[in-house]
Design a protein around this ligand. Structure first.
Ligand SMILES: Cc1ncc(COP(=O)(O)O)c(C=O)c1O
Length: 375
């Protein structure tokens, strides 16, 4: 039953129609489900862009220390964490808001800047919440397709931004595609976004990028564009389960209103301690990223040799044409013990996104993909 049908069949208090009509977020399946469906004990968990190497031992030590007091409410303003992030970025902590994952910041930004009938611009294919959260507050969303060869369509984005949205969400590197905006493209989009729009630059995968990746914070500050940069501890730092990310805002007033739009005790005690410890262990993160990127290139070469069409990726995942229906492909893979994402957005139903996991997970994926392509 779709949510629309459920809303129509519903008897009792009326739903918020914007929420009742939301598309479902396409989340990765749990390992237990994959074991049951496949009968395999070893599952390649490659749907959610998690870090296959875990997290820094310093995070585990912080959580085992006496500083972790689960019986206390954590600081609702996450002062220590914001101070650590401010130092790391070289900006005033008053510009930072921490979230229960950066996804919470996408919701808070939508609540803070959009009203029913308002307008947001984003890209298709993209991270689902860049569309879902604006829709949840009753805004309209213009989704600008990428080009056929899977790059950002800058002129089309400029046209959409000329329609004067209140918010512009874009991820670079792109989830799900993996490609990045170069400096010239970022500057063009910043100019097109202008003074009346909030430019939300989602850099969830920034740590995986190659040298030359533009410094979004520096660019948007220099061009004096109202903006928020989103970052997360879920990917390169390996803290997806702790739920912590942040918004770095161009003005303290933006931070104040985004702060008002979040729940008060949103970042729990473990997440605050863990994120501080993770930031202190840059060496662990860089080592993990180096191994993941090397493994990504190894997998890419093999897939290239198999004739698979893929976008170039500066992330911990690959986006590829599966030469068939992506939902069917994901089902097939699941039976083979591989969890990945079949893309469902219109125009991209032949694409799958696979996370770069540990070597044995990637080998399991490659073996299953060979079977799928030979079916
Ligand atoms: C582009 C992008 N932004 C934000 C998020 C949210 O991450 P989290 O809420 O775990 O910080 C993700 C997660 O996959 C993502 O891919």
């Amino acid at each position: 039953m779709t949510s629309k049908t459920a809303a129509q069949a519903h008897v009792g208090p009326a739903f918020n129609p914007h929420v009742a009509a939301l598309p479902t977020y396409n989340a990765g399946l749990p390992v237990a489900v994959a074991r049951e469906v496949s009968g395999h004990e070893f599952i390649a968990r490659l749907a959610s862009n998690e870090n296959p190497y875990g997290c820094s031992p310093k995070v585990m030590a912080a959580l085992a220390s006496s500083a972790f007091e689960p019986w206390r409410y954590a600081d609702p303003a996450a002062r220590d964490l914001r101070a650590a992030i401010g130092k790391y970025l070289g900006i005033d902590p008053a510009l930072i808001v921490c979230g229960n994952g950066s996804e919470e910041m996408i919701a808070a930004i939508s609540r803070a800047f959009l009203t029913p009938g308002g307008l947001a611009v984003t890209v298709v294919p993209s991270f689902g919440l860049h569309e879902i959260e604006p829709l949840a507050v009753g805004a309209k969303v213009i989704k600008v397709p990428m080009t056929e060869d899977l790059t950002f369509d800058i002129p089309a984005l400029e046209d959409a931004l000329a329609q004067k949205p209140q918010v512009f969400f874009i991820s670079t590197p792109s989830n799900p595609v993996g490609v990045t905006l170069d400096l010239a493209a970022l500057e063009r989009l910043a100019a097109a976004s202008g003074e009346s729009c909030l430019f939300v630059l989602d850099e969830a995968y920034r740590e995986f990028t190659a040298p030359g990746f533009p410094d979004g914070l520096e660019v948007l500050r220099r061009l004096n564009v109202p903006h928020v940069i989103l970052r997360t501890f879920s990917k390169a730092y390996g803290l997806a389960g702790l739920r912590v990310g942040y918004a770095a805002c161009s003005s303290p007033e933006f931070a104040r209103v985004i702060n008002a739009a979040k729940t008060p005790f949103n970042v729990n005690a473990a997440a605050q301690l863990g994120a501080i410890a993770a930031l202190e262990d840059d060496a662990w993160m860089k080592d993990a990223v180096g191994r993941i990127n090397a493994e990504r290139e190894r997998v890419r070469k093999i897939l290239d040799g198999m004739g698979v069409f893929m976008a170039p990726s500066q992330t911990n995942f690959l986006f590829m044409d599966c030469k068939g229906d992506s939902t069917e492909c994901a089902q097939f893979m699941l039976k083979e013990g591989v969890i990945l994402k079949g893309w469902r957005e219109a125009g991209y139903e032949r694409f799958i996104r696979v996370t770069i996991g540990a070597k044995e997970e990637n080998e399991k994926f490659i073996g299953a993909l060979k079977k799928w392509l030979a079916r």
